[in-house]
Ligand binder design. Structure first.
Ligand code: AHR
Length: 511
């Protein structure tokens, strides 16, 4: 009798395992737009991001360039449809004096990059190089202003230099340096990590500083600047509380948030030869984003119930040990299927919170942290993260479709996480896209999706997966991981059945 009970229990529990991946998609209840700016990137004067990764200078004998920028990188980024690019830091931004990076190369001062390895910074990549690159990429620049060691006048001058059309000292200087028309930069960060490398300030002090800087960033006539306050680290909810309380909302467009998925700051673990235990911890850190955006948003709701001020996660991604043999201050790491599922899960979180989360910047774009591109001399590879960002970009500016999800748990020892995350949207052409990320390291997920409020005739999709979690693209084998067509979904009546392999990312298109 006891055995019969056990058998029944086991049968029921395996049935439940299948039945627990249930999604209800409300295809007719979409209200909020997924801002394309959730797909933003971040480029800092750090390691080999700018120099080597993006800019190699003109007349490079081995690498084709446009105005000194790698052509292969430009082409790859255009395909990725990146909506905005943050520059010049990070921590570097609060040491950067923009006037060092304009005018004839020979006259530009050489400085020391004190945050990132004390290497020489010759300022050969400056304001014109960056803003012209953004124009070429069709992306909006996001300039991170120096509040930590700069002056109010310096930042106000930068705004005038980049944005003012009329006659002024800064627009005159810009014209003398070869640029007639202003670039009209909209996104401005007022300092970076003001609680840390940006000045070790207290939130009350920073809120006052912010008010002062913001007051003088107005020298451009009628153009409305989008001003971003340096935001909290992780769960520092008090930081957000004080900023929302102390900064008048008519001078504040967004509050930032930084969250890195790091196992332990003293023991980050390798980027490729990680164990399942390390993988699980990275996923736990990444999944924390759900709680972080929820709780920071709740605080913002208290002061701004109409959601006028945005939450922007302008630094996120996985952070591991640097590759053996590389400079510890350069933060160069490989990128595996772990990073692909981290990206898929995080983008699902951002999209489901799109009512408040209007921008995000993956750290960083080339050769640093969770990069979408890695370079080695004349070679360039696209990482698994690149492919996820590209597969997901169908959601940009589409209407988010609300859904409810019941999912199996991914369990390891006494820890557990939802195996599956999902987000969905409907674009202007009427196509619905559903993104599914299965973080489970060993088990496929069978999913039933009840589609309510719409009828679809066909489903197709794309998948990113690999033989092992540790798989990655290399300069010798650059296409080991790339998206493939996915035929594992069937549509019958209003129901979609999908089977998603372990550690994989799937994007479905329903018409
Ligand atoms: O992305 C690397 C660094 O991480 C940034 O410079 C800083 O803002 C953060 O601490």
């Amino acid at each position: 009798m006891k055995n019969l009970h056990l058998t029944l229990l086991l049968t029921l529990s395996s049935f439940c395992t299948y039945a627990q991946n249930q999604i209800v998609l409300n295809a007719d209840l979409g209200k909020h737009t997924i801002s394309k700016h959730i797909y933003g990137h971040f480029s800092e004067h750090l390691g080999r991001c700018i120099y080597d990764g993006i800019y190699v200078g003109e007349n490079n004998p081995k690498i084709p360039t446009v105005d000194g920028v790698r052509k292969d990188v430009i082409d790859a980024l255009i395909k990725l449809k990146i909506p905005n690019l943050r520059w010049p830091g990070g921590c570097f931004a609060d040491t950067y004096h923009w006037k060092d990076g304009i005018g004839p190369l020979a006259n530009r001062p050489t400085i020391v990059n004190t945050w990132w390895g004390n290497v020489t910074e010759n300022n050969s990549f400056g304001t014109h190089d960056f803003l012209n690159l953004c124009e070429r990429l069709g992306t909006e620049p996001y300039l991170s202003g120096n509040v930590g060691s700069g002056t109010v006048q310096e930042l106000s001058d930068w705004v005038q230099y980049t944005n003012f059309d009329g006659v002024s000292p800064m627009s005159k200087l810009r014209k003398e340096n070869g640029r007639e028309k202003p670039w009209k930069v909209r996104f401005w960060g007022l300092g970076n990590e003001a609680w840390g490398c940006g000045g070790n300030m207290k939130p009350e002090y920073y809120a006052n500083i912010y008010r002062q800087y913001a007051t003088f960033m107005t020298s451009t006539g009628n153009d409305r600047l989008y001003k971003i306050a340096s935001g909290a680290s992780d769960a520092d909810y008090n930081w957000t509380e004080v900023l929302m309380r102390d900064i008048p909302h008519n001078m504040l467009d967004a509050v930032a948030l930084h969250h890195y998925s790091v196992i332990d700051w003293n023991k980050k673990g390798p980027s490729t030869t990680f164990s399942e235990d390390q993988y699980f911890t990275t996923m736990q850190r990444a999944y924390q984003m759900e709680e972080l955006v929820t709780r920071h948003s709740n605080i913002m709701d208290k002061y701004d119930p109409n959601k006028r001020v945005d939450l922007i996660v302008d630094e996120w991604g996985g952070w591991y040990d640097v590759e053996p043999g590389t400079n510890g201050a350069f933060l160069y790491q490989q990128n595996t299927m772990r990073d692909a599922v981290l990206a898929g899960m995080t983008l699902n979180i951002f999209q489901n919170h799109c009512e408040r989360v209007k921008m995000a910047n993956l750290a960083q774009i080339v050769n640093v942290l969770q990069a979408v591109i890695l370079t080695k001399e004349e070679k360039m590879i696209l990482t698994p993260t690149y492919h996820v960002m590209e597969m997901y970009n169908v959601h940009q500016e589409a209407t988010m479709l609300p859904l409810t999800i019941q999912t199996n748990q991914y369990k390891l020892d006494n820890r557990q996480l939802p195996a599956l995350t999902c987000s969905a949207s409907k674009n202007k052409e009427g196509i619905t896209h559903i993104s599914l990320t299965n973080i489970h390291a060993r088990e496929a997920q069978e999913i039933t999706i009840d589609v309510r409020g719409a009828k679809y005739a066909s489903v197709n999709g794309r998948i990113l997966t690999a033989a092992t979690l540790q798989d990655h693209n290399t300069f010798e084998n650059p296409e080991k991981i790339k998206p493939a067509a996915y035929n594992g979904a069937t549509l019958s009546g209003g129901q979609l059945k999908v089977k998603v392999p372990p550690f994989s990312v799937v994007v479905l298109a329903l018409k």
